[in-house]
Design a protein around this ligand. Structure first.
Ligand code: PLP
Length: 389
């Protein structure tokens, strides 16, 4: 037989995150490798979706989502981000942030176009670019502030550069881009006539009094900015698959058509659940998230420090990169496996977030866990100190 799987398989090859989750399950460990938050769904969101099924929201929705949700997103965009957007033509509801980014790439990039991505990066961003035949170009962020310069950006430009991707707050570094940094990115994108793709899924997860600055709020770059976000994390509904894209209508329409092709629509009753959550939850809910996660961050950073695995304390999102150079093994994969075998805690090897060896001494720990689970993981990590003496 000469049949075989397509050469596209390399774009979706087994990820380290999936691998570690499988290993963790096999060993019955605590999985801090995957970004699945297992916290409570807010009541209006849960009840809204349940009621929507009874109310008859069970058929295909319009290709860009139900009016109730598009209006709720526009309302949220005005309230939280201070930006006016027309829910009739400038908002596309998609199958998660992942779906929104995929459709944006399909609609706006030509095969061979390059998009600048900061590293450490979120692997799906790279796979999505590759799957749409675009190519990532890397700009390294330097810890502990995860800084970069405009010269770094310039050095990554070629005649094929068409976009830059800004994930703020970022996975896995936890970096929250400042207004000044976003202004620099805006100047750069304008100079080279680039799209700015954003991924703001962790917009409410910001710590130590920081504020999320939406890149689209930077003066003069609104038209070229494709704002992407979703509610998976904010409402603890990673399995619902609700995200969206906000942009100028000349981009929104083709993105919507690709959304129609790939997903037809996001799940109808779940769109209603999210819409009701966005409309009914007040600012206090979002402030509470930031407070709760900051406490979780502090607990895991403390445990990592006690174990001698120095963390780079994240400014936002819900992951922490820690220095695992003290653990035995050459590559970060060996070290993460040692950690899993010794403590029963799974983390992601740092090499999953870099295109070269730069992550070989790092591992990423996700702290979006219920307190009981997180505290047990912290106890196990901290106990490592005595074993590494
Ligand atoms: N973007 C980032 C940076 C993420 O970390 C994740 C999940 O871990 C996603 C997107 C996935 O978002 P969604 O569930 O909305 O597709």
């Amino acid at each position: 037989m000469s049949l075989k799987v397509s050469s596209r398989l390399e774009w979706v090859a087994q990820s380290e995150i999936r691998n570690m989750s499988i290993e963790c399950e096999r060993l019955g460990g605590i999985n801090l490798s995957q970004g699945v938050c297992d916290l409570e769904i807010p009541e209006p969101v849960r009840r809204g979706a349940q009621q929507a099924i009874d109310e008859g929201y069970n058929v295909y929705t319009r290709y860009d989502g139900l009016q109730e949700l598009r209006e709720a997103i526009a309302h949220k965009h005005k309230q939280f981000n201070g930006l006016e957007v027309d829910p009739e033509g400038e908002v596309i509801v998609s199958a998660g942030t992942t779906g929104a980014f995929y459709c944006a790439c399909l609609a706006l990039l030509e095969p061979g176009d390059e998009v600048i991505v900061f590293e450490p990066y979120y692997g799906y961003h790279i796979s999505t670019l590759l799957a749409t035949q675009a190519r990532p170009a890397y700009v390294r962020l330097h810890p502990p502030g995860w800084t970069f310069t405009e010269e770094d950006l310039e050095a990554a430009v070629t005649s094929r550069t068409r976009g830059i991707l800004v994930n703020t707050p970022a996975n896995p570094s936890g970096k929250v881009f400042t207004r000044e940094e976003l202004e620099a990115i805006g100047r750069f994108a304008t100079r080279h006539d680039l799209f700015i793709f954003t991924d703001e899924i962790y917009e409410y997860f910001v710590y130590d009094g920081r504020r999320h600055v939406p890149p689209a709020a930077i003066e003069g770059i609104g038209e070229r900015t494709i704002t992407i976000s979703g509610l998976s994390k904010t409402f603890s509904i990673t399995g619902w698959r609700i995200g969206y894209c906000i942009c100028d209508r000349k981009w929104a329409r083709p993105i919507g058509w690709f959304n129609d092709l790939v997903y037809v629509c996001a799940p109808a009753p779940l769109q209603i659940g999210v819409a009701r959550g966005l409309l009914q939850l007040d600012a206090g809910y979002y402030q509470q998230i930031a407070r709760e996660y900051q406490e979780k961050r502090d607990r895991i950073c403390d445990a990592l420090t006690r174990a001698g695995l120095d963390p780079v304390v994240p400014q936002g999102a819900y992951y922490v990169l820690a220095d695992i150079s003290r653990l035995p093994g050459d590559a970060s994969k060996d070290k993460a496996m040692f950690l899993l075998q010794e403590t029963g805690v799974a983390a992601v090897p740092g090499e999953a977030f870099y295109h070269d060896e730069a992550g070989s001494q790092l591992a990423r720990f996700c702290f979006a866990k219920r307190d009981q689970v997180l505290d047990e993981a912290c106890r196990r990590i901290a106990r490592l100190a005595s074993r590494l003496m």
